[in-house]
Design a protein around this ligand. Structure first.
Ligand code: C2E
Ligand code: MG
Ligand code: MG
Length: 704
């Protein structure tokens, strides 16, 4: 896990405030930018102003009173010596020398009970209060320009002195005093405000701006939020706030990192796993194989569900998906701790086993897988499915295979199981690669087979199971044959898939249809009663847009009645496009030809669909008939198909009947018809006629 040291780089706010310039500008700029500072400063300013106002007004009053008192005292000190020099009982003293000094404008001297004894200048009115009590001069009146002072003279006992003096000099001093005090206050306000701002800026604003900046940056890069933690050693509330912020950033980046790691793990998982089954995917398998091959070698089993498409078409992807998931679980639990199970796509799984196993052990592993998959998967609505599977096996060896090469070999082996037409398993061998080449040659030869007349038809009889001593011929299946100039007879199971892959199936199908129609016409021309001939239609032929016209043309060309013809469509082909199939089946039957579903039971037709298909017959697949008498499960399927046919009013034909006990089983369950080596092998038409038509009874049409 990546750890980063807490960032010490300046946060954005600092960058802005730390722009180059004079240190004072650096200091002052944030003040002006700071709304909080302004608010606090204004509050402090108003507060100090209010306090000063409360203090200044009385102190100004006090100052003025003091000044006036001082003036009165000076006037007294000036006048008392004049009175002291005056001998008692002499004429009233001359007070004029005092005039003009200290702003004295008038003086009056009063004896007790006498208005005045002497006066000089503009003598003041006597103050009305109890003046005789005064030891110090009494400074009367609140006037900026005049002072009236009065006192009981200590020099002339019992006399009262009253003086009017000019006090206009006091006002400027008072103003100067007020200005001094106000200036001082302004200075204090300034210093306190600046100091407050400075302290707020340093201790609150800057940390808060740092936190803001750190939050913004962390918000824009949450994955590395921890890089923006703000270092602090403070132990106060701001320190706690910063530490809480830092721990939040740490948590954010931890949680983001966890989220990212989880997302990466998920992406990694998805890149290496199939989303549907949760199993490792192809890429993971190849990595695993490469590792195993270089460590101890590997055995690869490539498993393919052969009928998965038709299963999906028949039951819908819901069931298809469930089958895949259940199958994945089954494979996984059967693989043990050392087996590596992968899901390579819809119907493909792989099981990689460690080491190059002896062939017997590898075969045993494949059989075990096939057996485990053969156990039916049970779903609601009574749906029980056991999708047939095939396995291609490849083992790492001396050819220096890597994962992809081993997978390609297993793939080739798998494809060989198809050509062999069996459900089972197949080992890769170098000759398979040659077989692939041989098949290419065969495909090339097939192109010329039609022109060279190497294809012909064989007929295999179908018998009506009478339930009594003998059975009646009900018809025959038309099976194409290829006599290859050098290889001899080539099985249709081998060349029909080749023809389908190359598109040759369409002309080959047309040839078979023409041959069948021609045979019927020929029999009719010779007045031999022609049985109904069943022609196989491959999936590709069935998908041809002009199928109906082609059938009609063939019948017209031969001039045969349509009820002499039957068409077999495999269940898998029918289920590819259910809507289209039901429409075509209706159209085919309206032509007058018969239609049957071939290889029934292998394609997972849902019964609902089968009801929608207008068919004359269903043919139980040979694989179920094979197991009659050996496997209860197969018998149960045959039984179920027979009941189904009876309930739908559709004829049921069993194919591949090889022994009497199978025939007996089918008779007992009122199977309509049977086809198989027990009744007759596919043979050329002439032989068919000899074996089954001459002197034999035929179930005359229209019977069904
Ligand atoms: P299918 O239509 O299911 O034909 C039945 C196959 O089972 C035939 O094999 C037949 O010879 C074989 N069979 C019948 N009874 C028995 C029996 O008792 N035991 C055994 N072991 N086999 C039996 P064949 O002729 O090799 O044909 C194989 C498949 O090739 C056919 O299966 C059909 O799907 C296809 N095919 C054959 N001819 C044509 C054709 O003309 N056109 C198309 N499109 N497909 C054809
Ligand atoms: Mg058939
Ligand atoms: Mg068949």
């Amino acid at each position: 896990m990546e750890t980063r040291t807490p960032q010490t780089e300046p946060v954005l706010g600092e960058e802005r405030s730390a722009a180059p310039g004079h240190p004072m500008r650096i200091l002052i700029r944030p003040f002006f930018a700071c709304r909080l500072c302004w608010r606090i400063t204004f509050a402090v300013f108003a507060l100090i102003l209010a306090v000063e106002a409360v203090i200044l007004v009385p102190s100004a009053r006090h100052f003025a009173a003091n000044e006036r008192q001082l003036l009165a005292d000076q006037v007294q000190i000036l006048i008392e010596p004049l009175l002291a020099r005056h001998p008692p009982g002499a004429a009233p003293p001359d007070l004029r020398p005092a005039l003009g000094q200290y702003g004295v404008a008038g003086i009056s001297l009063h004896a007790p009970g006498v208005a005045w004894v002497a006066s000089a200048g503009e003598a003041p009115e006597l103050p009305g209060e109890s003046i005789d009590m005064m030891a110090r001069p009494f400074a009367d009146g609140w006037s900026e320009t005049t002072l009236v002072a009065a006192w009981l003279s200590p020099s002339m006992t019992g006399h009262l002195v009253a003086v009017r003096a000019d006090a206009s000099a006091i006002a400027p001093r008072l103003h100067a005093y007020v200005a001094r005090v106000a200036g001082l206050v302004a200075l204090i306000v300034l210093v306190v405000t600046v100091g407050t701002m400075f302290v707020i800026d340093l201790s609150v604003l800057r940390p808060v701006l740092r936190l803001r900046e750190s939050s913004l940056r962390a918000g824009s890069e949450p994955e590395s939020a921890e890089r923006f933690t703000v270092p602090t050693r403070r132990q106060d509330e701001i320190g706690e706030l910063v530490r809480a912020h830092n721990s939040m950033l740490q948590q954010i980046s931890d949680s983001r990192r966890r989220d990212r790691e989880l997302a990466e793990e998920r992406a990694q998982f998805l890149a290496h796993h199939e989303s549907l089954t949760g199993l490792p995917n192809r890429a993971a398998l190849l990595e695993h194989l490469d590792r195993e091959i270089s460590a101890r070698g590997a055995t690869l089993l490539l498993v393919n569900l052969t009928q998965f498409r038709s299963l999906n078409a028949g039951f819908g992807t819901g069931i298809g998906d469930r089958i895949l998931r259940d199958l994945a679980l089954r494979l996984r639990s059967g693989a043990g701790a050392s087996g590596f199970v992968a899901h390579l796509g819809a119907d493909r799984f792989a099981l990689a086993l460690p080491g190059v196993l002896p062939a017997g052990d590898a075969a045993l592993a494949a059989e075990t897988v096939l057996r485990s998959l053969a156990l039916p998967f049970e779903y609601e609505d009574g749906i029980s499915l056991s999708p047939p599977a095939r396995i291609g096996i490849a083992q790492s060896g001396s050819r220096g295979e890597d994962g992809p090469a081993l997978l390609a070999q297993a793939d080739l082996a798998l494809s060989r199981t198809y050509w062999a037409g069996e459900v089972g398993y197949q080992f890769f061998s170098p000759s398979l690669a040659l077989d692939a080449r041989a098949r290419q040659e065969l495909a090339r030869d097939l192109k010329h087979a039609l022109e060279r007349g190497e294809l012909f038809i064989a007929l295999q009889p179908k018998f009506r199971l009478a339930g009594e001593a003998f059975d009646l011929l009900a018809g025959a299946e038309v099976l194409v044959r290829w006599r290859h100039p050098s290889r001899g007879l080539v099985s249709p199971a081998e060349f029909i898939p080749l023809a389908e892959a190359s598109g040759l199936i369409v002309p080959i199908g047309a040839f078979v249809l023409d041959a069948a129609c021609g045979q019927i016409r020929e029999w009719q021309a010779r007045h031999v009663h022609a049985p109904r001939l069943a022609v196989n239609l491959s999936a590709q032929q069935f998908g041809q847009p002009h199928l109906l016209e082609a059938i009609e043309r063939a019948m017209l060309r031969a001039g045969i009645p349509p009820d002499r013809l039957e068409f077999e469509i495999t269940e898998t082909a029918a289920m590819r496009d259910v809507e289209r199939t039901s429409a075509i089946l209706v159209a085919m039957r309206s032509l007058g030809v018969h239609v049957s579903i071939d290889d029934f039971g292998t394609g997972y037709s849902s019964l609902n669909y089968l009801r929608r298909f207008a068919v004359d017959a269903i043919k139980i697949d040979k694989s179920f008939v094979d197991d009659i008498g050996a496997d209860h499960h197969a018998e149960a399927i045959c039984d179920a198909i027979l009941r189904l046919g009876q309930s739908l009013g559709t004829k049921v034909i069993a194919e591949g009947v090889e022994n009497e006990s199978q025939a007996q089983f089918l008779r007992q369950r009122r199977c309509d018809e049977a086809q198989g080596y027990l009744f007759g092998r596919p043979v050329p038409a002439a032989e068919f006629e000899k074996l089954h038509l001459r002197g034999k009874e035929i179930a005359l049409a229209p019977v069904y």
